[in-house]
Each structure stands twice: as structure tokens, then as C-alpha cells.
Design a protein around this ligand. Structure first.
Ligand code: FA5
Length: 351
């Protein structure tokens, strides 16, 4: 055990080592000191080997003194590492400061992301047609996201939405659908009402080519005291899809489905074609693709919103990313949230 430093000598050296550590000027120097003193074969670590030769009644005190030495060195290292890291961040900030008053040297100006472009285009379309364009909170209560939409507690539809609950905030959650804006709109504006809302929604879905835990939904709602029929709903949806996909005639198909807040409920599909192996919606073709859900507003929803009159209405909801992908032949939803400059430039996010 000749080359193992005795405990007394370690303790005598402690102050000197701490000073050296607190004077280290680079992270590399700090790492070297750490290895020499408390690394695998460092002087303090090696001294633990002496423990087996210490008389048993002194073992405990010996171990404690060594641990004190070790933690003094660890503390000094942590303290100096923080200092060096802060310093290097400050240096980086100093050197990487951008002078925004300097003239631009290249033509890579920023641009609007394809999601923002599409969102604005849809908003403009609806507001030109007299619809209210509304926003709602992304952090919602269970009442607006579920109860008022005729989805009582323990209803299986709650489970199917894989909700992110905000555990420490009572009954708050990240909204799973923009349908909650329907409720807020009816409470605020009553009847008659024509509104749309486009915004972020959240579900605990695994990220893959067609699913994202955060995605945008478009919600449409038309309510009146005069009769409104499924025919109105179909015509409204067709108009919107022909506008969005820039086609003269979109062939749509409605299939019976279930949503607790609409009765009857349906899902709607659109015809598509494939171009260069990619799906492109043209409204024509021999195959169908599902776009969203729709239906006639359930009477319970009107009651939950405090509507006094007899009301009629339809509602529909669809995923913004999905229709953008179908319009532009984008095969993976993850591309929309990546930061690949070439991709962004191609799809118009950069000029
Ligand atoms: C709803 O969310 C209903 N609120 C739609 C609705 C509104 C029905 C009004 C009736 C009346 P659904 O869970 O099917 O329905 O979602 C609607 C659309 O959101 C889907 O068709 C799909 O386009 C999109 N979507 C759902 N989950 C994801 C996800 N994880 N990633 C991307 N898009 C998604």
C-alpha cells in the first residue's frame, strides 16, 4: 500500500486542493483535477483501500473523514464548474451578438410557415363569408372540453382522447378538440351564430407519420332558430373543401359515425388521386380518404349552453395538418414541425 496517500496527508492537502480547483480556468483543467483527486484512481478514492487495515473500532470514523474530504472536493468542483459555465455562456453571448442594424448580406429572409399561411387563408375565407372567427383557450376545463359537449364523466369517449391533464390545476387540461370553442361561442353570442375556430389541440398520441401530440383543428358551427338540415352541412363542407383544395368539384362521402355532441354524427371522406406515388387531394379519383367528423348539434349541447329557444345547427371538425399534407403531397406530419431549412424553404416558410 506504499503509494496510497495516508488520510492525515489527504486532510493536510485539502485546503490547497480546494484553492487549486477554485482557480482552474478551463473545464478541461477541472476534469483533470477531479480525476487526480476523486476519480477512479484518484488519491482520495485510493485511500478507501486503507479501510480494510484500520482496526474495526476506528473504521467508521476513518470512513467518515474520507467521505468529508471527498465531498469538500466535490463541492469545490461543482462550484467552479458553474462559474466556468456561466462565464462561457456570457462569452458566447458577447461574441455571438447580432447587430440587427447591419445591412442584410444574403437573400434568406424569413417567411410564414405553411401552417400559418394555410390558417390565415382559411380564416380570410370564412370571415369574407360572414363567419365569426373565434379563438378559445388551449388550457381548458373539463366542463368545456367534455361535460358541456355531452361527454359525461366515465363516458368511453373521454378515454379515447388520451387527454393531458394538468394535475396540480384542479380540473384543467390541454384541450383535445376545438369543439369546446362551440360552447364558449354559444354562451357568448347565442343564436343565430356562424363561427369557425382554428387552433392548437393536444392529445397523448405517439408521434408518427400521421399523428402528432400537438396538432391544429378547424371547427365550424352554424346555429339558427330556423330549421337547418344535413343538406346545409354537406353543402357547407363541400364549399370549404373545394376552396381549400382549389378544385372545381370535390366528391364527398358521408359515413355514419358517433360523436356524443352531434346526432346524427358522421365522418366525411374525399376522393383523391396519387401523383408521383404521393397522395394528392383533387376531389376526384377512385379512392376515398377520411378528413374529419361532423353532425347535427345534439339537443343536450344546446341545453348545456343555456339556449332558451328551439335551435337547429350543424358542426364539423377536421385536422389542419392532415389537409395541408393532402393538398401538398406531404407524407410525414413530422416534417411540419422540423427545422430543416431546405424543406421549409421549399414549402414557403423562407423566401
Ligand atoms: C374530433 O375531434 C371532433 N371534435 C370533430 C367534430 C367536430 C365532430 C364537430 C363533430 C362535430 P376526431 O377525434 O376524429 O374528432 O378528430 C378530428 C380530426 O383531427 C381527425 O379527423 C384528424 O384529421 C385530426 N387528428 C386527430 N388526432 C390527430 C393527431 N394526433 N395528429 C394529427 N391530427 C389528428
Amino acid at each position: 500500500m506504499g503509494d496510497v496517500m495516508p488520510l492525515k496527508e489527504i486532510e493536510a492537502n485539502l485546503e490547497h486542493w480546494e484553492k487549486t480547483i477554485l482557480g482552474a480556468s478551463t473545464v478541461q483543467e477541472l476534469e483533470r483535477l477531479k480525476a487526480d483527486i476523486i476519480g477512479k484512481s484518484g488519491v482520495v478514492t485510493s485511500a478507501f483501500k486503507l479501510l480494510k487495515d484500520v482496526p474495526s473500532d476506528e473504521k467508521r470514523a476513518f470512513g467518515e473523514r474520507l467521505n468529508v474530504a471527498k465531498s469538500r472536493i466535490e463541492n469545490a468542483i461543482t462550484q467552479q464548474r458553474r462559474k466556468l459555465e456561466d462565464y462561457s455562456i456570457l462569452e458566447k453571448l458577447k461574441n455571438e451578438t447580432v447587430d440587427v442594424t447591419m445591412p442584410v448580406e444574403n437573400d434568406h429572409f424569413g417567411g410564414l410557415h405553411i401552417i400559418t399561411q394555410s390558417l390565415r387563408r382559411i380564416r380570410d375565407y370564412y370571415s369574407a363569408r360572414g363567419f365569426l372567427v373565434l379563438d378559445g383557450p388551449e388550457v381548458e376545463t373539463e366542463f368545456y372540453n367534455f361535460d358541456a359537449l355531452n361527454i359525461p364523466k366515465h363516458h368511453p369517449a373521454r378515454q379515447s382522447h388520451d387527454t393531458f391533464y394538468l394535475k396540480r390545476c384542479g380540473d384543467m387540461l390541454l384541450r383535445t378538440q376545438t369543439s369546446c370553442v362551440q360552447i364558449r361561442a354559444m354562451q357568448k353570442y347565442g343564436v343565430p351564430l356562424r363561427m369557425i375556430s382554428i387552433g392548437k389541440t393536444y392529445r397523448n398520441d405517439q408521434l408518427d407519420a400521421t399523428h402528432s401530440p400537438m396538432f391544429h383543428q378547424i371547427e365550424g358551427l352554424v346555429v339558427d332558430t330556423k330549421p337547418i338540415t344535413v343538406g346545409h352541412l354537406k353543402s357547407e363542407l363541400r364549399k370549404f373543401l373545394e376552396f381549400f383544395f382549389e378544385t372545381d368539384s370535390a366528391s364527398l362521402r358521408f359515413r355514419p359515425s358517433f360523436f356524443p355532441f352531434t346526432e346524427p354524427s358522421m365522418e366525411f371522406d374525399c376522393r383523391y388521386t396519387k401523383k408521383d406515388g404521393r397522395l394528392i387531394i383533387t376531389g376526384q379519383g377512385d379512392k376515398w380518404i377520411e378528413l374529419g367528423g361532423a353532425g347535427m348539434v345534439h339537443p343536450n349541447v344546446f341545453t348545456n349552453c343555456g339556449m332558451k329557444e328551439k335551435c337547429y345547427g350543424f358542426a364539423y371538425g377536421l385536422g389542419l395538418e392532415r389537409i395541408i399534407m393532402l393538398k401538398h403531397g406531404i407524407t410525414d406530419i413530422r416534417n411540419l414541425f422540423d427545422t430543416d431549412q431546405r424543406w421549409l424553404r421549399y414549402y414557403g416558410a423562407c423566401a
